[in-house]
Ligand binder design. Structure first.
Ligand code: FES
Ligand code: FES
Length: 401
C-alpha cells in the first residue's frame, strides 16, 4: 500500500531526455522528493541520490536479484524500475529492515547461520526472503531453494542461506515481523550534496530554504543518547561569553570548523573523526534552535554527511548551573542518530567517543572562558588509538568496581 490515500498511479509526464522529473515517494518511512531524468533507475536513485548503498547492483538486467527491494509491499528489482514510475510509491530497502542495534529476525538468522559469506547478495536475499515469508509464511522447507532462486549468490553458499530463512520462518510461524527501521529521517545523497527529504508533507518545494530543510531529525530512538556533566573552574557568565560567540564556540568543538554563516542561526561547517580504520570527514549544517542565556540553555540541531554516505544527526542541549567555589557545572544531553559506515562503531563505542568529545569540548570552553581566547589551533578530533584505549580502560574500570 502506498502511504497516500490514492493508489500508486504514475501521472503522465512529458520530459526531454535529460530533463529532470520530480518524483515523490516514501523510502523507509521517509517522504522524499527527487528530481531525476526519466532514464534513471530506482537502484541509482536509492544509491546515488539517497545514499542508501545497501541495495546492491549486480547484473542491471533483472537476473541476479541483488537489487531486490520492496515496492508497495512487493519484492521488485530496483534495476528494472525507472524512478519516475514510482511517484507516490512506498519503497523499503535493506536499510529499513532492521536497526544496527536491533536487527530484523532475518538479519539475525543470517548472521547466526553463517549465511552472510561475502555479503554482496545478502541485501537481495534478505528482501526477497522477507517478501516470501510475508506472502507465504507456511512455505514448505523443500520449496525454499526454488522460491529463493530469484537471487544469485556468486559464493554459491545457498545451504546456509536456506537454513537461515527456514530458522527465521520457524521462529515466526505467524508471519515474519515487519521492517523495524522505517521512520522519518534525513537521507542525504552522495552525489547531490543536499538533502532530499520533504521538509513539509504539504509539498513545499525541496529546494526552498535549502539550509533549513537539511535538518530533519528522525522520529525513532536515537542510536546513542549521551547525558554527561562536567565541572569547569570558571563562572557561568564566562562560559556564556563563549556560548554567545559562535566562532569561539565552534573552535571548542573537537575536529570541527565553522565554514559559513547561513543566516537565521544556521551555520555550515566541517568535522573530522576517526575510529580504527574508519575515517570520516563530515560536511554539515548546525542550527542554534534555542539560545536562552537567562535560562542557561542552548539547543543545537546538527546534521552532517561524509562522502562515503555516513550520516549523523544530533539534537544537543547544553545547560549550565553554578557549581561549588564559583565554578560551573556544564551539562550536555545529546541524541545522536547514525547511519551508514559510522553505525559500524556500535552503540557502546560511539557513546564513549561522544562522551570523550564532550570532555574535550568542556576543557576547551573552560580554557577559552579563562583566557578569553579560543584554543590555539583547532581542538583535535579524537584519535583512533587514544579513543579505543580510553574506551577499553573505562570499561575495565567499570567492571572492576
Ligand atoms: S542488479 Fe537488479 S537484478 Fe541484477
Ligand atoms: S555471499 Fe557472496 S555473492 Fe552471495
Amino acid at each position: 500500500m502506498t502511504s497516500s490515500e490514492a493508489p500508486n498511479r504514475p501521472r503522465p509526464v512529458r520530459a526531454g531526455a535529460g530533463e529532470p522529473v520530480e518524483v515523490r515517494m516514501t523510502v523507509n518511512g521517509t517522504p522524499v522528493t527527487v528530481h531525476v531524468p526519466a532514464r534513471v533507475t530506482l537502484a541509482d536513485v536509492l544509491r546515488d541520490q539517497l545514499g542508501l548503498t545497501g541495495t546492491h547492483v549486480g547484473c542491471e538486467h533483472g537476473v541476479c536479484g541483488m537489487c531486490t527491494v520492496l515496492v508497495d509491499g512487493e519484492a521488485a528489482r530496483a534495476c528494472l524500475l525507472f524512478a519516475v514510475q514510482l511517484d507516490q510509491a512506498e519503497v523499503v530497502t535493506v536499510e529499513g529492515l532492521g536497526r544496527p542495534d536491533e536487527l530484523h529476525p532475518l538479519q539475525e538468522s543470517f548472521g547466526r547461520n553463517h549465511a552472510l559469506q561475502c555479503g554482496f547478495c545478502t541485501p537481495g536475499f534478505l528482501m526477497s526472503s522477507y517478501d516470501l515469508l510475508t506472502h507465504q509464511p507456511g512455505v514448505r522447507e523443500q520449496d525454499l531453494p526454488q522460491e529463493l532462486s530469484g537471487v544469485i549468490c556468486r559464493c554459491t553458499g545457498y545451504r546456509n542461506i536456506v537454513t537461515a530463512v527456514r530458522e527465521a520462518q520457524q521462529a515466526h510461524p505467524g508471519g515474519i515481523p515487519a521492517p523495524g527501521n522505517c521512520a522519518r529521517r534525513a537521507l542525504a545523497g552522495r552525489g547531490t550534496g543536499r538533502s532530499v527529504v520533504d521538509e513539509e508533507p504539504t509539498g513545499a518545494p525541496a529546494e526552498q530554504s535549502a539550509a533549513k530543510a537539511e535538518i530533519v531529525l528522525p522520529e525513532g530512538e536515537p542510536t546513542i543518547a549521551v547525558d554527561v556533566a562536567t565541572e569547569v573552574g570558571v563562572g557561568q557568565d564566562q562560559v556564556w561569553a563563549v556560548f554567545d560567540d559562535v566562532h569561539r564556540l565552534a573552535r571548542c568543538l573537537p575536529g570541527a570548523e565553522l565554514t559559513e554563516e547561513l543566516g537565521e542561526d544556521y551555520y555550515a561547517g566541517r568535522a573530522r573523526v576517526s575510529v580504527g580504520p574508519i575515517k570520516l570527514a563530515f560536511k554539515g549544517v548546525a542550527h542554534i534552535a534555542e539560545h536562552d542565556r537567562a535560562a542557561r540553555r542552548m539547543r543545537v540541531l546538527a546534521q552532517g554527511r561524509d562522502t562515503g554516505g555516513a550520516q549523523t544527526q544530533a539534537d544537543i542541549l547544553l545547560r549550565t548551573e553554578p557549581a561549588a567555589e564559583g565554578g560551573t557545572r556544564l551539562h550536555a544531553e545529546a541524541k545522536v542518530y547514525l547511519t551508514g559506515r559510522i553505525a559500524q562503531f556500535g552503540r557502546a563505542l560511539a557513546g564513549d567517543v561522544s562522551r570523550h568529545m564532550f570532555e574535550q569540548f568542556a576543557a576547551a570552553v573552560s580554557e577559552t572562558a579563562t583566557t578569553g581566547d579560543a584554543p590555539q589551533g583547532r581542538v583535535k578530533a579524537p584519535g583512533a588509538f587514544r579513543l579505543l584505549l580510553r574506551s577499553l580502560l573505562g570499561r575495565l574500570r567499570r567492571r572492576s568496581r
